[in-house]
Design a protein around this ligand. Sequence first.
Ligand code: ZN
Length: 397
Amino acid sequence: MSSFERMWADLAPVGRSASTGGYRRFAWTTTDATLREWFVGEAQGRGLDVVPDRAGNLWAWSGDPDADGPGLVVGSHLDSVPDGGAFDGPLGVVSAFAALDELRARGSAPRRPLGIACFADEEGARFGVACAGSRLLTGALDPDRARALTDDQGTTMAEALSSAGQDARALGRDDETLRRVGTFLELHVEQGRALVDAAAPVGVASSIWPHGRWRLDLRGRADHAGTTRLADRDDPMLALATAISGARASAERHGALATVGKLRVRPNGVNAIPSEVTAWLDARGPSEDDVRAVVAEVAAAAGTAAAEESWTASTDFDVPLRDRLAAVLGDGTGAPAPVLPTGAGHDAGILSAAGVPTAMLFVRNPTGVSHSPAEHAEPGDCLAGVAALARAIEALS
Ligand SMILES: [Zn+2]
């Protein structure tokens, strides 16, 4: 059994729902603690020094980036969306350890410090802000705002951090950690089918679309579903339904994507007209203007303001780095590896926006499905990803 297969088998049961087969690995829960312990154990088993940063992201170092200059860091995250797949995040972390194993087995020691990163709270499934760990690290998320974010139970991020043994007061931009990161490289399962079309197991990212999350609060009047005449109702669900249908049409007009995947209904009774509905809109597109136009149209249809919960501007990954990797990871006949954009946000995008030279590798996903238990990558493609990552580390260090 390869080290990749052994690590993959170790992680398979952690946070897996027996009813859906999907993963529920949310930030600062006991499941998250198990994953973080696993990461520390893998790192220590390889003689790496694990250094947490102020936001709770974990950095496992081979070599000393303080003494020997900024290092090359590879890695990803271990948390998931509700009922997410096994690959989004863990593939990058497991591949990072496996690539190090491959390099060591070949006697190929990196000449610069090599770090393996495990970012905290990437999906934002619990507190609503995606890439919270990397945003706190770079200062893109205000620490006071982060501490006050609440989950569905009303637990604040500050409380969740404390109960997970983290120091919530320490949150804030962490220059000491950032100084150690000379280059960041994140391997990730592809969330689309471009590599299927290109008939290639591994590709290189070009850019991330601008994207964000907005909250729509619609108010009406609770009443009896059996005794209130239609004409007498003030039902906010109707305006929301119109807004959601409109979001689809608006996204089509602007060449963008819009999704309402989360709702909160009060009082949430089958026989009660809602008094209040809250919907969360995820919108992404090729340009900021397109995304903003979609959000404005949806808010107008809902008859309410759209409260912005997060925003990430367009990210173009480092061009020389991208071209270098595409050349290094070519098919051997001189053709470079495919280069593709993505609509998904990643910690790599946050680091890139903060000025760290950053690149991403994608591993083929036969169905393109992600954020679902059906998310998949073939074992052979996963190993091709490990080999590509090892080649990339050699080329960059
Ligand atoms: Zn991810």
